[in-house]
Ligand binder design. Structure first.
Ligand code: NAD
Ligand code: TYD
Length: 362
């Protein structure tokens, strides 16, 4: 039976994964290792049975100790700096956490699993489709053999970590799998990424800042579908292999934003209590949410289009997304409306401080 160390388990996807795996594999032991950076929230794991260790993946001795003392045979590695805009303003943290941190984790796994116990093991690395660069409108979607061409400090740091994982498999025989996925959305996402940021701005009557022409295309993946894909890679993936996980929902940003605005309008129309809870929302005053749409300067080096060819994951893992974007988005909006306490806690703390220091002067 697997005994898991989940790095970054207090972040968005990590917390969803711990919740998902807890349900599907109830007998497994789960240890979460998380440094609780601005993006990590212990509250995202409230009520979930797991051991929480507050620590850094770069602390090789701590990781070695956890692997030995807890009898861990599976690492699921989420911990990273994950936001492109932050990587543009401050790339150092991305090199430290994503490249050096991943290397530290690989060293610990090698020491304990290969030089030490020799036990069967798995090192699963969670990565992004952004390592493949940007597609033109007619280009084929990213497959596992698409050459790497990262364009942002974030994607370059993830590409470097993918290469290190590959090298540890090839050189030392570490039993690795890698998944490269598209843009996730769903519960517990930190409100700096497009969907939760725009939702919370809409509820407060704040502008919805659309970068450039808003016609950039992303493949939207509900986080629970992603967690199923990772779980399938753990259970059925072959060591040394990479699998692309997509949501089958390629959409321009403007379509996502229009969907969001219309859904917020419909939610307020159907529930009078929302106008009392969020009196600054245009929808509370009978004004359409889309009036908040505001075009701002484009992100430097903004990738135009991402798209995932998921045939390999489908054929070898039996993976397919279970939700359409419309279903996944409706569930996400309902979650944010029902879990105001979670996102208020996030907004009242480190996020607000970070926004104040980094965006006020931009
Ligand atoms: P997130 O920013 O929400 O969470 C990251 C978590 O890692 C936080 O809990 C943080 O405290 C922790 N962390 C950061 N540095 C750490 C360190 N040095 N030691 C221990 N913990 C540390 O990120 P996310 O959106 O959940 O993404 C998880 C992973 O999935 C990342 O590797 C990211 O690159 C990848 N990914 C994310 C998306 C997406 O749409 N969010 C898409 C593709 C790939
Ligand atoms: P984001 O959620 O940051 O994910 P990524 O950059 O990893 O794709 O952004 C998704 C898309 O939305 C991307 O094309 C940038 C755009 N975007 C905006 O137009 N405005 C915003 O305020 C944000 C955060 C993103």
């Amino acid at each position: 039976m697997a005994s898991l160390l989940v790095t970054g388990g207090a972040g968005f996807i990590g917390a969803n994964f711990v919740r998902y795996r807890r349900t599907t594999h109830p007998a497994e032991a789960i240890v979460v290792l998380d440094a609780l950076t601005y993006a990590g929230n212990r509250a995202s794991l409230d009520g979930v049975e797991c051991e929480f260790v507050h620590g850094d993946i770069a602390d090789t001795a701590l990781v070695e100790r956890l692997l030995r003392e807890r009898g861990i045979n599976t690492i699921v590695h989420f911990a990273a700096e994950s936001h492109v805009d932050r990587s543009i303003h401050g790339p150092d943290a991305f090199i430290e956490n994503n490249v050096l941190g991943t290397h530290s984790l690989l060293k610990a796994a090698r020491t304990v699993w290969l030089a030490g116990s020799g036990m069967p093991h798995r090192f699963h690395h969670v990565s992004t489709d952004e390592v493949y660069g940007s597609l033109g409108p007619g280009d084929p979607a990213f497959s596992e053999t698409t050459p790497y061409a990262p364009n942002s400090p974030y994607s370059a740091s993830k590409a470097a970590s993918d290469h290190l994982v590959r090298a540890y498999h090839h050189t030392y025989g570490l039993q690795t799998t890698v998944t490269n996925c598209s843009n996730n959305y769903g519960p517990y996402q930190f409100p700096e990424k497009l969907i939760p940021l725009f939702l919370i701005n809409a509820l407060h009557g704040r502008p919805l800042p659309i970068y450039g022409d808003g016609l950039q295309v992303r493949d939207w993946l509900h986080v629970e579908d992603h967690c199923r894909g990772i779980s399938a890679a753990l259970d059925r993936g072959k060591p040394g292999e990479t699998y692309n996980i997509g949501g089958g929902a390629e959409l321009p940003n403007l379509t996502v934003i229009d969907t969001l605005c219309a859904a917020v309008d419909a939610a307020f129309a159907g529930d009078a209590a929302l106008a009392e809870r969020f009196p600054d929302a245009p929808a509370a005053k009978g004004i359409v949410t889309s009036t908040l749409k505001t075009t701002v300067a484009d992100r430097p080096g903004h990738d135009r289009r991402y798209a995932i060819d998921e045939r390999k994951a489908r054929a070898e893992l039996g993976y397919a997304p279970a939700r359409t974007f419309e279903q996944g988005f409706a569930a996400t909006l309902a979650w944010y409306l029902a879990n105001e306490g979670w996102w208020r806690g996030v907004l009242d703390g480190s996020y607000r401080d970070w926004v104040a220091t980094n965006y006020a002067t931009r």
